[in-house]
Design a protein around this ligand. Structure first.
Ligand code: HEC
Length: 112
């Protein structure tokens, strides 16, 4: 009698390729989205205001991803972020208060 099960699988790409395909797929999904830290007592500098950092995170996500993907806060030093946010806030057409909140978030409460 014919082996139905192996006939069935021979119609499809081998499991090895399915597995490799899903790895590629997962890689694409994860490389398109940055994982932004969540402000908490553990993740930010000691006397940072968590409420403001959370507002900063929201603004960062909503105002700074229009032209390019979001950059990891850890990618630049606080000094560098001060300059970047100054330049980018003009591009993003946000006011000084919003820029200050975003700066607080990306510098983990070190600058505002
Ligand atoms: C109107 C489009 C636009 C918006 C909105 C925008 N950016 Fe940019 N951003 C750019 C362009 C264009 C570049 C690359 C060229 C450059 O460095 O000027 C860039 C580059 C950057 C870089 C990389 C700079 C480097 O030297 O590696 C960072 C970080 C950045 N933006 C942060 C932000 C932040 C934070 C915001 C929100 C306040 C923001 N961007 C909003 C257009 C934008």
């Amino acid at each position: 009698m014919k082996n139905l099960k192996s006939d069935f699988y021979s119609q499809f790409p081998s499991k090895k390729y399915l597995f490799m395909g899903s790895l590629v797929f997962l890689f694409i999904i994860t490389s398109c989205s940055v994982k932004l830290y969540e402000p908490s007592a553990e993740t930010v500098s000691t006397n940072a205001n968590l409420t403001k950092l959370k507002q900063g995170k929201e603004l960062y996500i909503n105002k700074c991803a229009e032209c390019h993907s979001l950059k990891q806060p850890e990618k630049y030093s606080a000094d560098k972020w001060v300059k970047l946010v100054k330049v980018m806030s003009k591009k993003a057409k946000i006011n000084d208060d919003q820029a200050s909140l975003i700066l607080q978030y990306v510098t983990k409460g070190e600058r505002s």
